[in-house]
Design a protein around this ligand. Structure first.
Ligand code: KG4
Ligand code: ZN
Length: 360
């Protein structure tokens, strides 16, 4: 079964062609990062307009790259939750129109379930990934931080979640405080190179023994550390300097940037890895799945690998399948098709939305 996947939930426009839920024949992503960087974060209205411009060429490119024509496509899958309403609408309407025009079914996919499914994606030459259940998934994206117990590809139980900021948000807000810009995760990872993760003792909020997370105190603690290095704000404002590289510096040269970035990153990773392992020990899971944009973080991968209990399989998606992409949407859609869960013209978008196949 060949599924065309479409993903427009935030600031990336993506389309992909995936066979039988796993084999990725193409995966095209048009990023708006440069557009939003000027504003230090995603501007919803600009994101939706960018989606409109990119959607048709991106779908065409994904089909051309996979070498498929309309007749080869068995279903059209699209993200319909959670995300920015205006951005989601562009993808959902394009998917409806395309599915109708080629006479094939529509499948509506939860973006978060897509992130989890990214662990099963592979290239045509690669063997299937053997990831036995029960599995615990650490889902860490820009908007979500959750620990999920999966007893099958469809059954999720929420073990814990963030009570304030998501891990990705902690990276993004930290990067902004450090004057590093958007997106924050990759920027902090880059800035941390050569720095000491022990230079600053940032708080690790454990919330007792629970599997919930809290990252807001960390941000406040970083703010306190950088305040002393702030340059006086009475310098003449530079007009037109909307790009970070053209903005005047906000900190003195002696700001220990690498140490701050490395210690801040370590504090986030430490809490994530500790609770991830605790969840595995409590549930007896056989597999640890990492999913979402923060899964691209090198330090997190190292820490989870080091601390995984013996005999437990550790899996994370290939780097390009960690952050937003459409291959994960087409992949997840295959499972929904097997269960006969199709969308129709009434399929709507939902800006907020927990994982659908969950019992919490
Ligand atoms: O899953 P994703 O692409 O979009 C959402 O669904 O939210 O996740 C984006 C988040 C951002 O907060 C970004 O800073 C973070 O993932 N991220 C990273 C890295 N790459 C992306 N965080 C830490 N280290 C990275 N290398
Ligand atoms: Zn995402």
């Amino acid at each position: 079964m060949i599924i065309l996947g479409i993903e427009t939930s935030c600031d990336e426009t993506a389309a992909a062609v995936v066979e039988n839920g796993e084999i990725v024949h193409s995966d095209v992503i048009s990023s708006q990062i440069a557009l939003h960087r000027a504003h230090g974060g995603v501007v919803p209205e600009l994101a939706a307009r960018g989606q409109v411009t990119a959607i048709i060429p991106v779908i065409q490119a994904a089909m051309a790259e996979a070498g498929v024509s309309n007749d080869d496509i068995d279903a059209v899958a699209v993200t319909n939750r959670p995300g920015l309403a205006g951005s989601l609408l562009v993808g959902v309407n394009a998917a409806k129109a395309f599915a109708w025009s080629i006479g094939k079914p529509l499948i509506a996919v939860n973006h978060l379930e897509g992130h989890v499914h990214a662990n099963w994606l592979r290239s045509p030459a690669e063997a299937p990934h053997d990831l036995p259940f029960p599995a615990v998934c650490l889902l860490v994206s820009g908007g979500h931080t959750e620990l999920l117990l999966m007893t099958s590809a469809h059954d999720y139980e929420l073990l814990g979640e963030t009570i304030d900021d998501a891990a990705g948000e902690a990276f993004d807000k930290g990067a902004r405080l450090l004057g590093l810009g958007y997106p924050g995760g990759p920027a902090i990872q880059r800035a941390s190179e050569g720095g000491s993760p022990e230079a600053f003792a940032f708080p690790r909020s454990q919330l007792g023994n629970s599997l919930d997370f809290s990252f807001s105190g960390l941000k406040t603690s970083l703010l306190r550390q950088v305040e002393g290095y702030r340059l006086p704000d009475d310098r003449p404002k530079q007009t037109g300097a909307i790009f970070p590289e053209h903005r005047p510096p906000i900190y003195r040269d002696d700001l220990p940037l690498a140490d701050l970035a490395a210690s801040y990153e370590e504090a986030i990773v430490d809490v994530l890895a500790t609770k991830f392992v605790r969840a595995v020990e409590q549930t007896g899971a056989r597999t640890m799945l990492i999913a979402g944009g923060v899964a691209a973080n090198r330090r997190l991968r190292d820490r989870v690998e080091e601390s995984a209990p013996a005999g437990v399989i550790v899996s994370w998606p290939r780097f390009e399948f960690c952050t937003d992409n459409a291959a994960m949407i087409a992949g997840r859609a295959w499972h929904l098709a097997q269960r006969g869960e199709f969308g129709d013209f009434a399929t709507d978008v939902y800006p907020k939305g927990p994982i659908v196949h969950a019992n919490h």
